[in-house]
Design a protein around this ligand. Sequence first.
Ligand SMILES: [Zn+2]
Ligand SMILES: [Zn+2]
Length: 197
Amino acid sequence: MTKKLPKFEYVPDPIKAGMMEESKGICDCCNENHYYICLGGIYSKHDDVINLCPWCVFSGKASKKYDGHFNMVDIDKNSMEPVVDEQGKTTGFRTIEGYQKPIGNDEIESRTPSIVGYQEQDWRHHCGECCDFHGRAIGNDFKNLSQSSKEILQENSYIDDESEIEELQDFGMQEIPYFIKFICRHCDTILLIYDPN
Ligand SMILES: [Zn+2]
Ligand SMILES: [Zn+2]
């Protein structure tokens, strides 16, 4: 009997989104038989953790046990300030005091499977909340993009004119491996993120 997958708040379809697949084995975290495996693993110093079942991700058991995270949420650039040492040298950056993390931040970091991509991709947020993740984009996603979606696309990719967007539209229903897709839960803005290999 295959157990029903848990419902991840920010991932409507984790299999379609490429985060997990059907596979029998033993979960490293709960030592139980599983029927699905999370493909992205966990970022933690326990690098021997390979097999994680969706239930150990969902419950937060795995992130707690291995003191790790699955994703990082993108931080707004204007909410960062430099950390300066006594000599006036910048040694790093921190978020400004009072910075409100987007809603869902902890859920994404500790209880949502990792995005499987070519690059390590930060989870995007919009309108104050983490977006839903939909995996690889398809050509049709590039049709009828709103102005703000176009701006987001231009900001994070090589794309800077309309003809390049039209080229991607030609993929139609086909997946484009080097773009991933988030959708805002509030205003439906589509965030297409470049993920080059
Ligand atoms: Zn498990
Ligand atoms: Zn929005």
